[in-house]
Ligand binder design. Sequence first.
Ligand code: SAH
Ligand code: SF4
Ligand code: F3S
Length: 479
Amino acid sequence: MKRTPRAYVETYGCQMNISDGELMEGILEARGYEIAERPDDADVILVNTCAIRDHAEKRVLGRVSQLKGLKADNPELILGVTGCMAQRMGDDLLAKAPYVDLVMGPDGYRALPEALEQARGRSRSTGEGAEGGVLGSAPARVAREIPRPRRGPQLTVLDLDTGENYEGLEQRRTSDVSAWVPIQRGCDHRCTYCIVPYVRGPEKNRDPHEVLAEIAGIAAGGVHEVTLLGQTVNSYESGDWSFARLLREVARVPGIRRVRFTSPHPNDLTEELVEVMAAEPAVCEQLHLPAQSGNNRTLKRMLRRYTVETFLEKVELARSAIPDLALSTDIIVAFPGETDAEFRDTLELMRTVRFDDAFTYKYSLREGTPATRLPEGDFIPDDEAQARLEELITVARGIQAEINRSEVGRVEEVLVEKAARDPGSVLGRTRRNKVVAFPGDLSWVGHMHTVELTSTTGATFAGSRVAVAGTGTLVGAAV
Ligand code: SAH
Ligand code: SF4
Ligand code: F3S
């Protein structure tokens, strides 16, 4: 008797990739797979990869090589690599990791079950594709033919498909707390350091009605927080729907209490958008606004299409509409040709804006991106890049700690996410995306509680649940 095939998906990279991991699980579950929580007893392992920096890729290659060890116990195990690194490396990945059976880029996931059947058929040396696959069922109609530039028994699915709209695919959501909702895929920018447009293709926006129906379903299932996802999420446009309009409608879906979105591009932060953010109670007082650099010459060479001055105007626009806004950013140091003085402009920007949080990176060369063509002498030695990164982190953490210390004593609504490290404590986030641990019970996961922030490590908070004066009851025990 055939047993139910089991698939394990391990995801690296950004929220979009995490969301894609859930999508692959959903596609496989709909086709009769059971989703395994561990790789050990899976029949299919998919490593869903990121290509944003070299370091991320190296780590994942190491992990794939480690997972191949499981083939010794289970010769029929299919090991697949999906996501952005799969798209970027393609055949090179097969050459580097000959034990990989399937390489599939982000636009191929609809055809995942068929591709796995083909891979399985061939790994049994039938050479006949789906015949004899464990599922044994006829492949469902697919949106497009799977291209088969084969190499031995390996399969690649790598075409970037502008016709793929990802509609009608079921994402497997297991969180009781929060849901990722992609509203846009790909990117029409060409920031000169960035690989994303080459591995994810041009911008494609989902139908707003499908998005709203999906979110209504999420809320009906008891999840009250959604994060809208896109590479430049606020450039979303569909017919006469702007991002601001979609955000307003999402915020008004019954049962939705918190809405976040990431990552917006500074240029598309419009007055209409900040008005919606300010007016809609469900939209959280939080904004991630990637600056990348605080120097105009560097911004220009990065092709970010804004200046420090216009970036600061956007910050002002958002802060004047939403005074309690928590701001975070992304910064790259040591972009080729960045001088020490230009790096100091970035430190200056940090001190001017005073971000609540900053994600900081050393420039990483990505083959095929425009920045690789900059003069050789422009590339900054690693020790210098590392020193800049460390200095930036020190400044960013110092500012973060000052801000957070000034927030001790605040009373905030916390959505509980999971157990905290200390037994008997839970961890959650405020609307402003600050992490708080406080004494509590795991049954609170997915519920809002009113919490006083009692101390901070600088980065995160400890708190205690508060009673509301006059009522004698604790508020927010359940939503
Ligand atoms: N679409 C988002 C960014 C996605 S990538 C946006 O435009 O804001 C997330 C972050 O990774 C970027 O904001 C950037 O700071 C960083 N990043 C991208 N490419 C990089 C590279 N080649 N080296 C170092 N950091 C990089
Ligand atoms: Fe990359 Fe720029 Fe597109 Fe963001 S906007 S994904 S940094 S090319
Ligand atoms: Fe990485 Fe791809 Fe996201 S390159 S950051 S997983 S879009």
